[in-house]
Design a binder for this molecule. Structure first.
Ligand code: AOF
Ligand code: ZN
Length: 327
């Protein structure tokens, strides 16, 4: 299943509105015979790619998939039929398909006499490659990750406004990898004025960028025509509102959104309850001073604090990467 998860991670961002799914086919002796991941929408599902690679070796073998195999004729025929045709004798999956149209694959496979096991590493998959897609299906709105880089005392810039190189190149490379998997990156006009960011995905670890995420600039003010965010490296959308719900509506059926600041816009999204995950890149540096990652979120007393839970803490080069989810 970990190999299947790795396959899913590889295509994250390139499959929506379909989920990024990974599959591994084991031959009758339990050796890996083929791996695959979901192709861009309208293309083959993960199981189909893995079955093609495994060819004759799938017979009597096991299919390991991060999502319950689909049971329906959607844009592509049912994976259940392909698994039966290939003669696999067992199917292991992580997460049951919550899409009512596609669900029921496990029951059909059982009925056909296969050994079926669900729930394997389900939490890892539901919190990992499928997190954003499951969120979209459950809530009908995109999954929003608020990402910031800061000194250990929560400052995003020094008192004079200079903010380059707070976090290390390793941390910045991680940001670019995540941008490459996202569908849109949101900033406020204030960030464009202050930092003139390019907001493209430029990973240095060899991750291929199939398509650049949409750059979204939110706010009433006009930005300079020569702002980097308006260059030809990626598409850009300007949205003249401060209402987070309206911003998300303008993003249509997108699934995976990164909010990159600044402090006012992040505050508005948090107050609206429209942040689903926080990613903080924390540098071992003290800046003090007035420029913080976040403006008011309406907390007057400690009893009103917005409470979150750390779901992952990693060291990344000299910095920390902390991931939080709502408590
Ligand atoms: C799988 N394996 O790799 C994926 C699945 O329109 P279609 O035919 O592409 O079907 C889309 C639905 O199929 C999608 O909403 C989800 O329920 C399931 N996705 N299923 O067996 C895959 N990506
Ligand atoms: Zn399928």
């Amino acid at each position: 299943m970990r190999a299947a998860i790795a396959q899913a991670e590889k295509v994250k961002g390139n499959t929506y509105p379909n989920p990024p799914v990974g599959a591994v086919i084991l031959d009758a002796d339990g050796r890996i015979a083929g791996v695959g991941s979901t192709q861009p929408v309208g293309g083959a599902h993960a199981e189909i790619v893995a079955l093609r690679r495994a060819a004759g070796l799938a017979a009597g073998g096991t299919a390991v998939v991060t999502l319950e195999p689909c049971n329906h004729h959607g844009r592509t025929p049912p994976c259940v039929d392909a698994l039966l045709a290939a003669g696999v004798s067992a199917v292991v999956y992580a997460v049951a398909d919550p899409n009512p149209e596609a669900a029921g694959g496990a029951a059909s496979l059982l009925e056909a006499g296969l050994e079926v096991t669900g729930g394997v590493l389900a939490d890892e998959v539901a919190g990992g490659p499928l997190r954003e897609w499951l969120h979209r299906l459950r809530t009908g709105r995109p999954h929003v990750t608020w990402k910031f880089g800061a000194s250990i005392d929560g400052r995003s810039a020094a008192a004079d406004g200079s903010s380059k190189w707070i976090t290390s190149p390793t941390a910045r490379a991680d940001v670019h990898r995540r941008r490459a998997a996202a569908e849109a990156i949101i900033v406020g006009t204030g960030t464009v004025f202050a930092d003139d960011p390019t907001l493209t995905a430029r990973p240095t670890d060899g991750t291929e960028v199939g398509r650049q995420p949409l750059r979204v600039v939110v706010g009433q003010r006009d930005i300079a025509a020569d702002s980097r965010v308006l260059n030809d490296d990626a598409p850009t959308m300007m949205i003249r509102t401060h209402d987070p719900a309206e911003v998300l509506r303008a993003l249509g059926d997108r699934t995976d959104i990164i909010l990159e600041g600044g402090p006012t816009l992040a505050g508005a999204f948090l107050r609206a309850g429209l942040v689903d995950r926080i990613l903080g890149y924390i540098a071992p540096m003290l800046l003090g001073g007035p420029i913080t990652v976040l403006d008011s979120v309406g907390v007057r007393g400690i009893g009103d604090a917005l409470r979150w839970r750390f779901d992952q803490v990693d060291r990344i080069g000299p910095d920390l990467l902390v991931s939080l989810v709502p408590e």
